[in-house]
Design a protein. Structure first.
Length: 296
């Protein structure tokens, strides 16, 4: 009954759907795993690996790792069948993926846990992750508008602001990854310049730069098109208002039905976002990290 860890197969779909059907049975939120599992398996390759814990030929656990940059890995979808919990299967899957990520040059692995998910947070810590930061989503409705401050698409100004901002300190330099939804990676100067070319960057100007944000993608949801903004940071409520107005207008201009903005989980940012009616989420999300440079 010890089980093995192996790469996931398409024919694991039924078993995975069964043990993720009631992942959060005490909440209205439905687990996304049954909707994405087949795509995960199909997408496995040099920079992605999906594994399952197998007992007697049946999948009873799941986890996936992604290589985001030359040194950053991301783990997600850690699940274990309730009938097989407390048997160390989650730890064995994570250990296998840590080794896989190390082999590809990763020195850090991170994951995301909803703040209300006590079991998930405990499992992450048991697997070798430590909490490093937290963020909150803002979801203002797209609509046309003119910001009260000047907002330029200047990546150099946005980068200069980001490097010295308290938002960067609070988020440990992380923002939504441009290549993968629901993953965070370090925001770099080159990445911000790429986003200016391929998406949209915002720099709020007053006497100097007093805020920044970047759009990382437009994603198709179940029944809506979502514009995702990798991070937003600002000096004060006026800058927040200008930035949120510019983001609303940008989302409307590209035909998005909804907006998702990553904000640092600080009293100032969350409070000022609420003040400018940015529709912040009810609770934060935790990000944890594991150092992969030590002994295996």
């Amino acid at each position: 009954m010890n089980g093995t860890v192996r790469q996931a197969r398409e024919d694991d779909d039924e078993a995975v759907a069964a043990f993720t059907a009631d992942t959060w049975d005490d909440r209205e939120q439905r687990d996304y795993i049954p909707d994405v599992f087949r795509d995960w398996v199909a997408g496995d390759g040099p920079d992605q690996r999906t594994v399952v814990a197998d007992i007697d030929g049946r999948a009873v656990g799941l986890c996936q790792a992604l290589v985001l940059t030359d040194h950053e890995a991301w783990l997600q979808g850690m699940r274990v069948d309730p009938d097989h919990r407390r048997a160390g299967l989650g730890l064995r899957m994570v250990d296998a993926l840590f080794e896989w990520a190390r082999d590809r040059g990763a020195t850090v692995a991170r994951n995301m846990v909803f703040s209300w998910n006590d079991a998930g947070l405990g499992q992450s810590i048991a697997a070798g992750f430590e909490p490093v930061t937290s963020f909150r989503w803002a979801e203002p409705t797209p609509r046309e508008g003119t910001p009260s401050e000047t907002v330029d698409p200047d990546p150099a100004a946005a980068w200069d602001y980001w490097t010295d901002s308290d938002a960067r300190t609070a988020l440990r330099g992380l923002a939504l990854d441009a290549g993968h939804s629901w993953a965070l990676s370090e925001l770099t100067r080159d990445a911000l310049h790429d986003l200016a070319d391929e998406q949209r960057v915002f720099a709020v100007r007053r006497d100097g730069t007093c805020g920044m944000a970047c759009r990382v993608r437009t994603a198709a949801g179940a029944d809506e098109r979502i514009a995702e903004y990798g991070v937003a940071a600002w000096d004060d409520a006026d800058a927040a208002d200008a930035l949120v107005t510019a983001i609303r207008d940008d989302a409307a201009a590209i035909g998005a039905d909804a907006v998702r903005i990553l904000l640092p989980e600080t009293p100032r940012h969350v409070g000022q976002a609420a003040f400018v009616r940015a529709d912040t989420d009810d609770s934060p999300t935790f990000v944890t990290a594991a150092d992969l440079t030590g002994e295996e």
